[in-house]
Each structure stands twice: as C-alpha cells, then as structure tokens.
Ligand binder design. Structure first.
Ligand SMILES: Nc1nc2c(c(=O)[nH]1)N[C@H]1C(S)=C(S)[C@@H](COP(=O)(O)OP(=O)(O)OC[C@H]3O[C@@H](n4cnc5c(=O)[nH]c(N)nc54)[C@H](O)[C@@H]3O)O[C@H]1N2
Ligand SMILES: Nc1nc2c(c(=O)[nH]1)N[C@H]1C(S)=C(S)[C@@H](COP(=O)(O)OP(=O)(O)OC[C@H]3O[C@@H](n4cnc5c(=O)[nH]c(N)nc54)[C@H](O)[C@@H]3O)O[C@H]1N2
Ligand code: SF4
Ligand SMILES: [Mo]
Length: 667
C-alpha cells in the first residue's frame, strides 16, 4: 500500500493506493478517509490516449518527434540569444514544490529574468496582496479543522460544494452540530442551497456589503475596542472615512433588502466564533485586493482572528498554489516570501551562489501578453497550465502568442488549447508517475508518491528544468539527483524568510508538517509595529459596464466533476455524467424576453469576441446575468482583461455580453 495525496484541489486529500485501487486515507486529517469523484477516479487519467509521449517540434503544419537532447539544445540556444528581459516562464499552482523551486531558481537566479509568473496570478494573487497589506505577510491564519469550533461560517464568492468538495462535506457535518452557514453569491449554487442565509448579492458589490457591516459594528459599539487598540493600526481614519459613505447607496448597489441585511447582522451578533472563507468571487475582480481587505477588516474590528474557530480563510484553489507562493512562483516575489529589495536580493544571491538578480519585479501574466503584443517576448516557457484557455480576452492572447518566436509547452497531455501555439512540446510525467511535495490550503505539507512507472520518454517537470539548466552551463548549481534533494535545498532556503516565519526548515523527514503554526501568536503580526492594518476601501465601480449593446454580466465558474480544461477529467466517462461540459445558463425572464428556449444554440458576444453554446434556462442565475462553466473551453474569448491594479488579477467575473438565439431544434 502506498500513501499519496490527490493532485486536484487545495483540500489536498490523503489517499491510499492498493492493488490498483484508490481509497481515502482515514488517518489523514484533511479528509479523514473521504474523497470526491475527481480524486477517486484520478487513476484513470494516467494512461490515456491523449498523453503527450515524445518531445515534438513544430514543423510546417505538423509536429516532428525529436529527442530530449536536441530539444534542450533548441531551448537553450533561444534563451542564450535573447535578452533576459524578453524571456518569460509561465508556471502553475499544480506544479510540485520541487518543480516550482527549480524553475524559479533557474529563471530568476541564473537566466536573470524575473518574468516568472503562474496561473496563480489569475487565482490567488488578490489574496496574497491583501494578506501582505493587512498582516505584513502572505499567511492564511485559519485551518480547516477550525470549522469544528466555529458557530458561523460565511462563504463569500465561493462555491465550495463543487470546488472544495471534501471540505464542504465537513462543513455539512458541522451544520448537524449547529454551525450556521451564510453564503454570499449572486448565483444559487450547490453551496447556496445548503445555507441558512443566502445573500444573492449583485456581482461586484461585496465591498459595499462588508463596509455596511463594519459601519453597523461601529454604530452598535460591537467592535472589540481593546483588540483594535492593542493589535491594529488605522482604526480612526478608517472610521471617519467609512462614516462619510452613503449607506443607502451602498445597500442599493448590493441589491439586497434591508431585511436581508438585518438577517445577516443578527446571525453575526448571535454567533461567537466566526470564520469567513472566500475564493474566486472575491479574488477575480478589478478590486480583488480591496474585496479581500473589506472582509478581513470585519475580523480585525471584532478581534475574531487568531483564536480557534475564528478568522479570515482564503481558500486555495489548486493543489500547490500555496507551495508556489512560498517558493516564489509569482513574478512579484523573489523566493521564500522575499521581495526585490537590495537586502533580500543579496540574501538570495548568496544562497544560490549567483550574482546579478534583476532588481525589480518581473512581468505578470497579462503584462506578458501586452509585452508579447509589442514584440518584447522572445521565449515563453509554459509548464503545467494552459494560458490560451485561461487568460482573459483570448483573441488578444492568441494574437500576442503568435508574435512570440519560441514557445515551449511542457504538458503531460497533448490536447491543451495552448498546444497549437507551441513551437516545442515537451512531455511531462503526470500525477501517479511522479513524486514530490505540495502545500495544501491548510498549510499542510504533503507528498505525492509515484504509483506506477514513468512512461518511457516522459520526464518529471523538475528534471526538464534541470536538463535545461545543464544545457545552459549551470551543472554545479543544478546537480540534483532527485526531488528530495531539491526539497532539501528549498527547506534550507526557508531560513532566509522574514523572521524565519516560513518555518519549513524545522520539518522532519516524512513528517506531516504544517508551517507557521506559531505565527501571529499573541496577535503579533509581521508588520513593523506588529499590529495588523485596517484599510479603508470602497467600491470604485471600475468593472466593465453593461450597455444597451451588451446588457448582460457574464459569470464563469466550476462544476463538481470537471477540472478546468478537462484534459484529465473530461476523459473519465463517470465524471461526464454529472453535468454537461459546455452550456450557458440564462434566467427564465431573460430567456422569455429574448425568445430563447432550453436547448437553443445561443450566440454570446462581448466587445472582444464571440462564442456559441447551448442554452440552459434556470433561475439559478439572476436576471441580466449569465453563467458559463469553466469546462467550456472557449469562454475567455468573451472575458474582460481589466485587472486589479495591485494584484494584477483579472476581473473575470464582470464582462458585459449580449445573447441571442441562433438555432433551435423544433420538436
Ligand atoms: N470541481 C472543481 N473544483 C475545483 C476546480 C475545478 O476546476 N473544478 N478548480 C480549483 C481552483 S483552481 C479554484 S481557484 C477553486 C475556485 O473555487 P470557487 O471560487 O469556489 O469556484 P467558482 O466556481 O469560480 O466560484 C466562484 C463563485 O463566486 C461567485 N461570484 C462571482 N462574482 C461574484 C461577486 O462579485 N461576489 C460574490 N460574492 N460572488 C461572486 C460565482 O457565482 C461563483 O459561485 O476551485 C478549485 N476546485
Ligand atoms: N473565465 C475564467 N477564466 C479563468 C478562471 C475562471 O474562473 N474564469 N479561473 C482561473 C483560475 S483560478 C485558474 S487556476 C486557471 C486554471 O487554468 P489552467 O491552469 O490553464 O487549467 P488546467 O486545465 O488545470 O491546466 C493544467 C494543464 O496542466 C497539464 N498537466 C496535467 N498534469 C501535468 C503534469 O504533471 N505536468 C505538466 N507539465 N502538465 C500537466 C494539463 O494537461 C493542463 O493542460 O484558470 C483561470 N482562468
Ligand atoms: S476534494 Fe479536492 S483534494 Fe479531495 S479528492 Fe476532491 S479534488 Fe481531490
Ligand atoms: Mo484557481
């Protein structure tokens, strides 16, 4: 029997592999034996007809199989002849820590480009920035087990029932114990259906709601004055600025009634221990950071943080998005939570035994696209992610990628949307064929284990970066023989983190380790005066506006059994039964007004592009809002590429679109 961990979502469920069968690991705390449909069927995704099995070089309209040695020579020669500023890496929160570490070290430390970004930019970047602004460090001060002590859980912009399935099962169990659940989401999601109170807020108005709550807490003198005094900064400025805001306008923007707001306040007051958790409904916004801060404020005002059963809980989407943040996978951090100031750079240069790390942050995802459009990207190395699928404003991304002279795609499967744009495709060994480390949303560090042999011509992701490093002449600095050796070096490097807060260097071998257990002890944060920062933020209404031509707001999101593009999940027959992959959900009133019937093919248009999908009529979406699941691979032809100015995270959930029926099957 081999113990491993699921490679899909941030819950990071422990599992056991026995005589070709997967079961949940009863002894593993994240899941206590439970697995969702995706986890259970992961074995079926290893050997498929869609695996990429050979390095392939683009030749005329097709691809030519080539060997690894030649492949590496091509990549190295393109990098060597390019200005480092024109080289970019695009990584993924699904990579293992070792893969992430070595890619980051190679790019920032040796190729000397800080253009190392990751799909976590589209996912967790707003939470990262908010944590740093509020707490002085990117740290999640709540763990899943805390819900056992909570009386109220507020889920804002999170459809955990479909996205963090096993965690949600635990929530349901706690509901039987008496846990109350408030869900803040414009859609009637599976999660919302399980709520004691569902606030069907207007898209993009969360800051208004949280500010109204903050104001009421102040008015009712329900703030924790002593906590504010001893452990926070900026309260008086916050209070005076907040009191200048017009309450009725704020409530109107949320679309909620006064009664609904009062119900929320009653539940907030009646319950002692409160956790609020959120995901893409807050992060993926032109004010993603501010949305995070507005919610974190509520915990700081009431002192409901840093004690069991309380706190703001940013739920991580991908299995190792947290690990990627630690390692330095975002272009806005250097490594081990360090920045690009002289002191941090000097520390990292000494550790890596290198010189000349570029002294400023690198390009972020959408900036890479913008620079590519201007002809400023020569080489783009993409690993374990599908940017043509997932970046906003796809027509623009495609145009930009066509201008990049050399794109390398490292993928375990051949059918990504990015594949046709790659000049060189390199086959990686997927989950089950490789091993290494990941940090789940709980800060638990776990090991993915190898369950079967690696396909002959496929390599571990870390091994590909090692080969490239060698080809570039950095043998000594990349002499790793296995994943463990890379992890050991990374572990040592965590000693450099500010105050040693990333305490992975204390981890013992094979220990189920949770980093930062002692962080924020005695409510001491990592800011200069150890107090958390309260930030005044307000809804600036910056998203794309709807208009006569584009009167609908487009929302996109997950369904339970599919993982993004579905290169893995869409292959498993059992997983396709739960929900269609491609459709658009439309409210019955809108459908009636536009003569759209269930099953019609509907044209959906935005200022940027157009796609066609089958209509599903449902009052789960509000009027003037439509929903498309992320398994509809072409959705990003429609989305707006506005970004949050601090986190650079796209405003995926607020694109103005029009809809029109174009074909109907008459019965
Ligand atoms: N089955 C499955 N699970 C997954 C994934 C998957 O692909 N499939 N992906 C993983 C990843 S990478 C991630 S990031 C997570 C994402 O996890 P979630 O964020 O829970 O997933 P989404 O479906 O994007 O849900 C976001 C919710 O926010 C709501 N929303 C949109 N705009 C607003 C707003 O302005 N305010 C509020 N309050 N709500 C809003 C949407 O209606 C939607 O229900 O899921 C992870 N888990
Ligand atoms: N409109 C809209 N766009 C979105 C979102 C949204 O909610 N709405 N969500 C955003 C978010 S939160 C995220 S996280 C992204 C997700 O978007 P992506 O990361 O692009 O989606 P995935 O399908 O998970 O891509 C993972 C890729 O890794 C490949 N792969 C699998 N195993 C391995 C391996 O072991 N090694 C290598 N090298 N490759 C492997 C898979 O075949 C697949 O092509 O989408 C973002 N874009
Ligand atoms: S909840 Fe997440 S980690 Fe657990 S089995 Fe499902 S996909 Fe895997
Ligand atoms: Mo994500």
């Amino acid at each position: 029997m081999i113990k491993s961990v699921c490679g899909y979502c941030g819950v990071g469920c422990g599992l056991e592999f026995d005589t070709s069968k997967l079961i949940g690991d009863i002894a593993y705390p994240s899941n206590e034996g439970l697995l969702c449909s995706k986890g259970v069927s992961e074995l079926h995704t290893i050997q498929t007809t869609t695996r990429l099995l050979r390095p392939q070089l683009k030749h005329n309209e097709g691809y030519l199989n080539i060997d690894w040695d030649t492949s590496m020579k091509y990549v190295a020669s393109h990098i060597k002849k390019s200005d480092p500023k024109k080289v970019a890496f695009y990584l993924s929160g699904q990579l293992l820590t070792e893969d992430y570490y070595i890619a980051n070290k190679l790019a920032k430390g040796f190729i000397k480009t800080n253009n190392v970004d990751t799909n976590s930019r589209t996912c967790m970047a707003s939470a990262v920035v908010a944590h740093k602004k509020a707490f002085g460090v990117d740290y999640v001060p709540v763990r899943m087990e805390d819900i056992k002590k909570a009386n109220l859980l507020i889920l804002a912009g999170s459809n955990a029932a479909d996205s963090h399935v096993v965690f949600f099962n635990k929530i349901k169990k706690e509901q039987k114990r008496g846990l109350k659940l408030i869900v803040i989401d414009p859609r009637v999601t599976t999660t919302a259906k399980a709520a004691d109170l569902h606030l069907r807020i207007n898209v993009g108005s969360d800051i208004d709601l949280f500010n109204l709550v903050a104001l009421r807490l102040i008015e009712d003198e329900k703030v924790d004055a002593s906590y504010i005094e001893n452990h926070t900064n900026n309260f008086s400025t916050f209070k005076s600025k907040l009191q200048r805001e017009a309450k009725t306008k704020m409530l109107k923007r949320t679309g909620l009634s006064q009664e609904e707001f009062e119900m929320f306040m009653t539940m907030f007051y009646e319950n002692e221990n409160i956790i609020s958790a959120w995901t893409m409904g807050l992060n993926q916004s032109v004010q993603g950071v501010d949305k995070n801060l507005a919610l974190i404020n509520l915990h700081l005002l009431t002192g409901k943080i840093n004690k069991a059963g309380n706190g703001p809980f940013s739920l991580t989407g991908q299995p190792n998005a947290m690990g990627g943040r630690e390692v330095g996978g975002l272009s806005t951090t250097l490594a081990v939570h360090l920045d690009f100031n002289d002191e941090d750079i000097a520390k990292v240069e000494e550790f890596w035994q290198t010189k000349g790390i570029a002294p400023k942050r690198g390009l972020t995802a959408v900036e890479i696209v913008d620079e590519a459009l201007k002809g400023n990207i020569d080489v783009l190395i993409i690993c374990h992610t599908d940017p043509i699928y997932h970046l906003p404003n796809r027509n623009k991304v495609e145009e930009a990628f066509k201008k990049i002279p050399f794109i390398v795609e490292i993928n375990a499967y051949e059918n990504s949307e990015t594949a046709p744009f790659a000049h060189l495709r390199l086959p990686a060994a997927p989950w089950g064929e490789k091993e290494g480390t990941q940090t789940n949303m709980d800060r638990s560090i776990t090991q993915q284990k190898k369950l079967t042999r690696t396909s002959i011509d496929c390599k571990y992701d870390w091994e590909i970066f090692k080969l490239l490093a060698h080809e570039l002449g950095f043998q000594k600095e990349f002499s790793f023989e296995n994943a463990q050796e890379i992890f050991d070096e990374y572990k040592e490097m965590t000693k450099l983190s500010k105050n040693g807060h990333l305490d992975i260097y204390t981890m013992k071998e094979d220990e189920n380790f949770i980093w930062g257990k002692e962080l924020f002890k005695n409510n001491e944060f990592l800011t200069p005066n150890k107090k958390a920062n309260i930030h005044f933020v307000k809804n600036e209404i910056l998203s794309e506006k709807t208009s006569k031509a584009y009167p609908f707001i487009l929302l996109t999101g997950r369904t339970r059994d599919q993982w993004h593009t579905g290169t893995k999940t869409a292959l498993v027959e059992k997983l396709k039964k739960h929900e269609d992959l491609e459709y658009v959900q439309i409210n019955p009133m809108d459908a009636k007004a536009l003569d759209i019937k269930e099953g019609d093919m509907v044209d959906i248009k935005s200022l940027r592009g157009e796609i066609t999908l089958e209509a599903k009529i449902s009052d789960e979406v509000k009027e003037k809002t439509i929903f498309i699941p992320v398994s509809a691979r072409k959705m990003n032809y429609l989305t707006s590429d506005l970004i949050d100015k601090e986190s650079f995270q796209p405003d995926y959930n607020h694109s103005a679109v029009s809809i029109k029926s174009i074909a109907r099957i008459e019965l």
